[in-house]
Design a protein around this ligand. Sequence first.
Ligand SMILES: Nc1ncnc2c1ncn2[C@@H]1O[C@H](COP(=O)(O)OP(=O)(O)OP(=O)(O)O)[C@@H](O)[C@H]1O
Ligand SMILES: [Mg+2]
Length: 343
Amino acid sequence: MPEVLISEPRAGHYELALRVRNPLAESAILSDVPRMDGWLLRLGINEDGGAVAAPCRNVSGVVVGGLPGRGKSAWLASMLGSFAHRDDVQMLLIDGKQGYDLECLAPRAYRYLTGDEAGDLNAVREALHDVQTLMRHRLGNAKDIYGQSNLWAAGPSRYFPVVFVVIDECQAYLDLRSFSVKEDKAVASEIDSIVRDLVKRGRAAGIIVVLSTQRPTADSIPTSTRDNCGLRVCFSVATREAATAVLGEFTADSPQSPIGCPVGVGVASVDGWSMKFRSPYVPEALLEKAVRDCRELTADPLDLMCRAVVELTDRTNNLRGTDAAGPDNSDTSRLLPAREPLD
Ligand SMILES: Nc1ncnc2c1ncn2[C@@H]1O[C@H](COP(=O)(O)OP(=O)(O)OP(=O)(O)O)[C@@H](O)[C@H]1O
Ligand SMILES: [Mg+2]
């Protein structure tokens, strides 16, 4: 028997688990892109071979760390690809590596910054600033536009979708020590403060920031930002410090250690509770096709909100036409979001 686990579920009762195989040791390749219908972020399979996922309702941030080539981008792409078929999900993708890691999700991203554009700090700041504008409008007008103070209570919808803001290799923007030019440092520090704001206040507005890094340190992912992230995922790292930078509290002798894990195996921490998992690999061509097939669902969430307000105005005006004696509450123009100029 390769492994025997003993536990004491209640006093005096002992449970033996005889493990004939270790699902985490064998890589798993999917022949289909799973479709996610609830609000769970698919992780993969655990040590018992069972499917594991983490809830994302009322979550404002996800941190992902791990050494280069250990499966961060592959997991992100397949996990987010599972939502591609849904019209109540939109994505902003920023690739700090300026490469192709998130390319297969591009058709479902209302904005995809890679290459030179992702190297332009002003372009990154502008894209994030638009999300901040959206968040402010959603939070400030929540009761008027979706009838609840929290988007998750109303339920995400086509006009008010969940917005995933993915910043892969976020250390390219958040590690302020790496900027020597004063102007760059100033823009990067603005990016950092927008990200902090989104993670701190975006929950009720249905905004989920995903920060991924191959260099997990407190400089790449500020500790306060990490602590506000409801889900933390750590693929293989080399040191206890790196694991702590992603997961927070962590002891090196824990059985749930990400130190030296094989490619695609990581530890996820949700509400202080952690589990080891293997993320099954979805071949890129499969993922690319599944996402491309859903490209007509892609829309900018600020534009969607404008459309929702215009429809609300039309409906209110129609109602006024049929009920002239009703109260005059037809001025919905104040709800119209406008892209705010950068300072
Ligand atoms: N879950 C997995 N199972 C098996 N192989 C995988 C898995 N995830 C990734 N791989 C393999 O490892 C390679 C690197 O993965 P990935 O690009 O996700 O790494 P990464 O952690 O994002 O690295 P980097 O920090 O350099 O961007 C993939 O191209 C794939 O071949
Ligand atoms: Mg990557």
